[in-house]
Design a protein around this ligand. Sequence first.
Ligand code: ADP
Ligand code: MG
Length: 286
Amino acid sequence: MTIYDHMTTQDHSAVAPALSFSADSEPALALEAHHITKSFAGSRKRSLPVLNDVSLRVKQGEFVSIIGPSGSGKSTLFHIIGGLEKPDHGEIRMNGQLVTGEKGRISYMPQQPALLPWRTIEQNVVLALEVAGVRTKEAREEARLWLPKVGLAGFEQAYPHTLSGGMQQRASFLRALLSRQELMCLDEPFSALDALTRSDMQRWLLDIWESTKRSVLFITHNIEEALLLSDSIYVFSSRPASVLHKIEVPFARPRREDITTDAAFLSLKLELSQWMREEQRKMQNL
Ligand code: ADP
Ligand code: MG
């Protein structure tokens, strides 16, 4: 049995975000980062510029990826969006509302699954609901509805260390999905997985996202992954990160399994690889 056998597309209403509309009845943007600039105190009292005038936007229900060299400032941008760090300049808006520096506005899935080892899978998954003040019984019912859909039926009472890396990632993803926040920020969630599990997880995420249409901001190193999953991709420069390019991904949804062998896919992949290689070279010279 594969993880897809557990997937259904019925009744995702529990996690469907409520659309909000601005005055001119255009849906407000799920996220706008405006001119974000950030430096840290580096070694020998020199300042380390990490983000340089970064602006990006995520529409409601859109899947947006960021690719850029390691150490360029991608996670720092997530920390700023999540209110863990304050930008030196610039602002963050969600649904049109100014939220710069405010915590608790996004659902966040870090690179490592970060499951609490003393809690069962079900207890880990309901954590975000508990924090949001949902009653225990209701939270547990929602988790029980979803766990089989992410291939974790029968593992409700298991502890995280008894599960494979891919299963832990799915539990961590479900915890983020069930949180009441509309925007999901996923920071290289599949980078620690082997190629086969990673490819399974990409397909799985695509199926879930296509049926729930949450707003997603996704960091990855992997160009093919970005092209497969996203509506648009921001290419970040070497540090300090700025937006070098934004591309709209032209492939129809739902994305076909064999899209990665299309001529248009391969030509975009080549173009992105060339940009990335150049930026990586610059990072090595920093
Ligand atoms: P990426 O996610 O693109 O790999 P990061 O945003 O994690 O990059 O880091 C960018 C740079 O900022 C790195 O050089 C890192 O060491 C530095 N950095 C990140 N957070 C801090 C911090 N809190 N204090 C000082 N330096 C930091
Ligand atoms: Mg990072």
